[in-house]
Design a protein around this ligand. Structure first.
Ligand SMILES: Cc1cc2nc3c(=O)[nH]c(=O)nc-3n(C[C@H](O)[C@H](O)[C@H](O)COP(=O)(O)OP(=O)(O)OC[C@H]3O[C@@H](n4cnc5c(N)ncnc54)[C@H](O)[C@@H]3O)c2cc1C
Length: 295
């Protein structure tokens, strides 16, 4: 962490480079950055401690999701972070998308217990705490997830792990999603492409088998993991061409790269005030805006 703090320094624009798999999110692709050149630093990498009994893992934010998954899988555990090959823990948290398996994994914000950061003033600070039950003070971890590194640069994290489900099955068929949802206990995900519903059920083998039987008699059949469009945007009430709605998450998997999450003007104003408090001089990832309002 000390080397990371020194690399961030106390002056000049700076951002963290992860795996660059979502580098353009929150950046206006059409606009050319005319400010001072932005220095790119790299967060520490490597798993520091994995405590399967406590269901926590601490790691450098620059650790790849692949390395993390391999270490956790050996003990039958996982974290609620996903991303393409090369993506890092820090990048995934800063992008902050909702997990596809939200029904069983929970939200990304629930995964982050503690973040060791360097602030815009070049000073180290810790958000959150190492235990799941940590109830004192403001919940800065939740603020950091999805902030695209505009509030603080994250060097090290403690994440909550989950047991990998014993069994899981994808089913799909031309059946209304409301009908499908009534037939399952709690789906990991329910997807709707405008004509058919795809559902993932997971848990104990006996429960999964039971729910599979009910879904099959309603007209669904077992399928392989579906290939989803690579980008995500907010549900606006209409399904874009080729888009897939993730029911209950308000997320549309889409072929079009969104510039940034789009939020209501009131939320954008609040986000601006927070950015003024954390980074009044706009040192941290100044080219990025995680709260662009829809034009
Ligand atoms: C639950 C979940 C599910 C996801 N599912 C998918 C999926 O199915 N498919 C898919 O393609 N993607 C998915 N994503 C997105 C994916 O995780 C991100 O694309 C990827 O992890 C970004 O990591 P990166 O290292 O490539 O970040 P980069 O592209 O390098 O960086 C992204 C942004 O984060 C900032 N940043 C990176 N690291 C830090 C840090 N340590 N501190 C501060 N700022 C930092 C960068 O400056 C940049 O602005 C998912 C994300 C989540 C959370």
């Amino acid at each position: 962490m000390e080397g990371f703090r020194e690399a961030v320094g106390t002056s000049g624009p700076v951002c963290v480079r992860g795996g660059r798999t979502r580098w353009n999110i929150g950046r206006e692709e059409s606009s050319i950055w005319t400010g001072e050149p932005i220095r790119e630093v790299v967060a520490p990498a490597g798993i520091e401690a994995f405590e399967p009994a406590e269901m926590t893992v601490s790691a450098g934010a620059g650790t790849t999701l692949e390395e993390l998954a391999a270490a956790l899988e050996a003990q039958g555990q996982e974290v609620a972070l996903e991303g393409p090959s090369g993506a890092t823990i820090g990048g995934s948290l800063m992008v902050g998308w909702s997990p596809l398996r939200r029904g069983t994994l929970g939200e990304t914000t629930d995964a982050l217990l503690q973040a060791d950061c360097v602030g815009a003033d070049g000073v180290r600070f810790t958000a959150g705490g190492p235990t799941v039950k940590n109830v004192t003070g403001y919940d800065l971890c939740r603020l950091l997830v999805g902030s695209l590194g505009t509030l603080a640069l994250v060097g090290r994290v403690i994440l909550r792990t989950r047991p990998i489900p014993e069994s899981s099955r994808w089913l799909a068929g031309p059946v209304e999603q409301s009908v499908v949802r009534k037939l399952v206990h709690r789906a990991a995900t329910v997807l709707w492409d405008g004509s058919q519903t795809t559902v993932l059920i997971e848990g104990h083998e006996v429960d999964v088998r039971d729910q599979t039987k009910r879904l099959k008699s309603a007209g669904l059949s077992e399928v392989e993991l579906p290939e989803l469009p690579p980008f995500r945007e907010r549900w606006s009430g209409a399904l874009p061409s080729g888009g897939v709605l993730q029911i209950g998450a308000g997320v549309v998997h889409s072929w079009k790269s969104p510039v940034a999450p789009q939020v209501a003007p009131g939320i954008a104003a609040l986000a601006l005030r927070l950015r003024d408090i954390f980074d009044p001089e706009r040192r941290l990832n100044p080219q990025c805006d995680p709260h662009l309002v829809a034009a």
